[in-house]
Design a binder for this molecule. Sequence first.
Ligand code: ADP
Ligand code: MG
Length: 321
Amino acid sequence: MNEFEVIREFFARQPVARPDVVLGIGDDAALLGVPAGQELVVSTDLLVSGVHFADDAEAESIGHKALAVNLSDLAAMGATPAWFTLNLSMPSVEVKWIEGFCRGLYALAGRYQVALVGGDTTRGPVTIGIQIMGFAPAGKALRRSTAMAGDRIYVTGQIGDAALGLRLLQGGLQIPEAFRASVLARLHRPEPRVDAGLKIRDLATSCIDISDGLAADLGHILDASGVGARLELERLPRSPAYASVFDVAGWEPALAGGDDYELCFTAPAAHERELVKIFAALGLACTAVGEIEAQPGLRIFDKAGALYQPVKTGFDHFRRV
Ligand code: ADP
Ligand code: MG
């Protein structure tokens, strides 16, 4: 198969039909209709083989995750996802691999009704660049820079499992058989919290998705908002799988483990009752883990009320070691 056959066979036949795709794949550019009164919300993420996924990772999971991490960015903005483009490089045309990749990609695209509207296909090491686009009512998107002293800090779902999955794969951690599949699923098939992002848009003061670990990502909110926070370790929402290895793993997976793709957001205490209703309806956990304070810096407290010093705060591609 040559480049054009790959495009025709796998990408021109993307499954999602949207009336706002005025012109999709096949021309020099796509034409998209942004609804009146809405702002276009755009984000992109690059996944590189050997950096973001193992060389032998399952193609279907790679397809899922490449789109999931992008959807997660729109979730964190409180935006409605609508369209995406796909830049793909691969060393050769492996039909089985592309089929698997498209299965994972299109299953998730179908669930959120996001249409693939263009891209580029070249030869090279396996690299996947997705750009996602969506919209939010003008002035209403959630930002990192607007947390206020006195706000509560919330985390959706449970955190730390993706990091446990990675440590399991790398052979650095023993996890009971019964929990292995669930931590690996958290690593390979993250679930973007798109619905939660939309539902909290008018209640939250700020939001970020947890891709590099709670301490680091909350730190971005604090820096951007010019505030600080106190975090209560005991409150961090952890799964039964995490509980089973807590004695060995400690707090690090929850505080500094990446790849969870849960949302961390802030909201005034007055909105808590409303939030409880929203998350009950979503069937998703949402836990208050601390509070925004005027004094800059992140202060983490253990059960006894003592200040806790994290070993490591999060992932940084260019950290000097
Ligand atoms: P150009 O030469 O203008 O870059 P291409 O031949 O690369 O055009 O692409 C032809 C059409 O196929 C364009 O509409 C482009 O957006 C689309 N396309 C190419 N690669 C992909 C891909 N990986 N996913 C989705 N659409 C793609
Ligand atoms: Mg091209």
